[in-house]
Design a protein around this ligand. Structure first.
Ligand code: XBP
Ligand code: MG
Length: 256
């Protein structure tokens, strides 16, 4: 059986609850700056999350909600400009400490690092957003905790395609049975399991009712000592919060 060598993390919704009060707000600020009368409510944003990637999400919104919209000039350039403004708002919010890591994330990352496990990020979000989150919410050198940051447009086919996980593993010279993935959403689980990865899911308000089949374990959070997780699906092998020991057992059970 292969040894567990690396943990591969999604970012949005997994490391931190970034969508509702982070990305959504930043999109709305960019729309207002551009003089657009578009507003993405909490509910509408939940529907728009069906499409990953901010630029792709804006185009999806236009197709479904503003079919008559005419961009000044080329649509791709217009969307790219709007998205750049959104990224500036989002990273400024993170610099202001607007988003915290989810429970258990820091503890698990520290434990994994101390044990010499290799860490990587596999996300749809823009690289600047990952840097801002890790720097402001994890540690000043948080980016250096991760060997590979696979993010944004680095692969053309975003999640639910498996490409971003395949790219991360190829860059690290690892096989799927040497890694575990951490996800929060249906699109994420389709991507990670499509890449052959055993996947642990921690849900959030937007994803708790999604079809997450394929995940090895589905929890409400990673948990902390004294603050147990709630198990939504899967066998947690007697654990009540996610530790490295638990992950090694989960890995062994998946590949035994
Ligand atoms: C994350 C996304 C991203 C963010 C916004 O999905 O879909 O689009 O919502 O980031 P996942 P950008 O967690 O599955 O990677 O606007 O930078 O694309
Ligand atoms: Mg996610």
């Amino acid at each position: 059986m292969s040894e567990l060598k690396a943990l591969l993390f999604d970012v949005d919704g997994t490391l931190a609850d970034t969508e509702r009060d982070g990305h959504r707000v930043a999109f709305n600020r960019a729309f207002a700056d551009a003089g657009l009368d578009w507003y993405w409510s909490v509910e509408l944003y939940g529907q728009l999350l069906a499409v990953t990637g901010g630029k792709e999400r804006i185009k999806h919104f236009l197709a479904g909600h503003r079919p008559d919209f005419q961009a000044q000039g080329d649509l791709d350039s217009f969307v790219a400009g709007l998205h750049k403004a959104k990224t500036a708002h989002y990273t400024a919010m993170l610099a202001d400490g607007a988003v915290q890591l989810r429970p258990g994330v820091r503890r698990l990352l520290e434990e994994a690092r101390a044990a010499g496990l290799r860490l990587a990020v596999a996300t749809t979000t823009t690289p600047e957003n990952v840097s801002a989150l890790l720097t402001h919410s994890l540690a000043e050198d948080g980016l250096d905790w991760f060997e590979v940051i696979a993010a944004g447009d680095i692969v053309p086919a975003k999640k639910p395609a498996p490409d971003i996980y395949l790219w991360a593993m190829a860059t690290m010279g690892l096989k799927p049975d040497e890694c575990l993935a951490f996800e929060d959403s249906k699109n994420g689980v389709r991507s990670s399991t499509g890449a052959g990865l055993t996947t642990l899911v921690t849900v959030n308000g937007y994803t708790e009712n999604e079809d997450l089949s394929g995940a090895a374990v589905i929890l409400d959070q990673l948990g902390e000592p004294g603050t147990p997780f709630k198990v939504l699906a899967g066998d947690v092998l007697g654990a009540d919060h996610v530790t490295l020991d638990f992950l090694r057992q989960l890995h062994a059970a998946s590949h035994g």
